[in-house]
Ligand binder design. Structure first.
Ligand SMILES: *[C@@H]1O[C@H](CO)[C@@H](O)[C@H](O)[C@H]1NC(C)=O
Ligand SMILES: *[C@@H]1O[C@H](CO)[C@@H](O)[C@H](O)[C@H]1NC(C)=O
Length: 393
């Protein structure tokens, strides 16, 4: 089949699959979206399916499955601090992560939405500007393991608010904020069995500027830890305000106190332009190094040693050789006679063997019958060789 015809068929097939002629090969671009994030606090952006479903060109299907992809603008991957999750094409996607000091600045992310019914795509550029947190990093951090949630169920705003209210109940402080949300699978957790109600588990890191409450402190006390090791519940000195929405694994609670590290003065960034009058001065030239002595030493010393060894060996082999005469002088005459007679006999036998003219022993010939003396050609004849008896009857 010719190339153009093949291409036409392919396009027709794509049209038929797509269902709608207008949407195939169509790509729509949504206006840029500016978002802001603070260091040391969770950033969550929900990719709503509805927004992208409306934008799909010529789409009347209001419930089409949508798959999202996200990556840095002009780069294949996301920045290190940002993660993406979407459970399945019927669910929204989430971009989430906790930026830190090195991530200050603007991050440009491209989101691609892909309609799995019509193959149409929509893209959007997100400009996330990361600013420093006004109060600095929270020095008191607690990490809870929520056993009955998947990570995307704790990312929506409402769920995070509910979690903060519940944690305010055990921490007894008002300035709590969520620092990080991580699926337990990312920390070596196991994929749950596909049973209704089983979830992966989520680690939620909560930060505050005020110290831990006695309740939290008692949950990580040595007594509680040893009870955990024996498989019992840790000591509870207060009411679990997380129940019944969130089931906290109290044995996996971690409390962390971060001391603000003294900031080391880094290099000061200028404007990127040289000041007036300050011409660029290239580094001074390097003095050419003297390499000859090193070269001679590496080459000459091994050569000299090798030559010395050669001379020594030559002297030993040529001038110190004592030879056959000395050996003969030291050997008794009777032994010498014995030796030379053996030599002579052997040489004679060899000569005789070379010129012998007797037929080869029969046993070295092929297929010799001892009784009849008959010989058979071991190579099968033109007939079926497998049926020829080895010994004639
Ligand atoms: C947030 O959690 C992820 C995954 O565990 C980790 O890689 C990242 O360093 C955490 N960020 C902060 C600020 O703790
Ligand atoms: C919770 O902590 C226990 C030990 O106290 C550990 O064996 C278990 O793996 C932890 N669970 C998760 C999901 O990290």
């Amino acid at each position: 089949m010719e190339g153009p015809e093949l291409l036409r068929l392919w396009v027709l097939a794509a049209l038929a699959l797509g269902g709608s002629q207008a949407t195939v090969l169509d790509h729509h671009v949504l206006p840029d979206l500016r978002l802001s994030a603070e260091t040391g606090a969770i950033f969550v952006h929900e990719l709503e399916r509805e927004l992208f479903l409306e934008a799909f060109p010529g789409s009347e299907d209001d419930d089409a499955p949508v798959t999202f992809r996200a990556h840095l603008w002009d780069h294949p991957d996301l920045p290190r601090w940002l993660r993406f999750t979407q459970r399945d094409p019927g669910q929204p996607g989430f971009l989430y992560g906790c930026p830190l000091g090195p991530e200050l600045g603007t991050h440009s992310i491209q989101v691609l939405a892909y309609n799995r019914h019509t193959f149409a795509t929509v893209s959007q550029r997100l400009l996330i500007s990361v600013t420093p947190a006004p109060g600095g990093d929270a020095p008191f951090q607690a990490e809870f393991l929520v056993g009955n949630r998947n990570v995307e169920e704790l990312l929506p705003e409402a769920a995070r608010e509910m979690f903060l209210q519940a944690s305010a109940g055990v921490w007894e402080r008002g300035d709590l904020h969520i620092i990080n949300v991580t699926s337990a699978l990312d920390r070596g957790g196991r994929v749950p069995l596909p049973i209704e109600g089983r979830r992966e588990g989520v680690y939620v890191q909560v930060g505050s500027h005020s110290p831990f409450s006695p309740c939290l402190a008692s949950a990580v006390s040595p007594q509680s830890r040893s009870r955990c090791h024996r498989g019992q519940r840790p000591l509870a000195s207060c009411y679990d305000t997380f129940a019944p929405h969130f089931s906290i694994r109290w044995c996996n609670l971690t409390l962390l106190q971060v001391w603000p590290s003294p900031t080391t003065p880094g290099p000061l960034w200028g404007s990127g332009e040289l000041e007036d009058g300050g011409g660029f001065e290239p580094p001074t030239e390097v003095v050419p190094r003297e390499l000859l002595p090193g070269f001679l030493v590496t080459l000459l010393v091994p050569l000299a040693v090798a030559a010395l060894l050669c001379l020594l060996l030559g002297h030993l082999m040529c001038c110190r050789r004592e030879g056959v005469e000395k050996r003969d002088l030291q050997t008794s005459d009777i032994q010498l006679v014995h030796h030379s007679s053996i030599h002579g006999d052997t040489r004679e036998l060899r000569l005789m063997a070379g010129s012998r003219d007797v037929p080869r022993p029969l046993s070295t010939l092929p297929m010799f019958n001892v009784r009849t003396g008959q010989r058979i050609n071991p190579m099968p004849g033109p007939r079926d060789g497998a049926r020829v008896p080895l010994l004639p009857q």
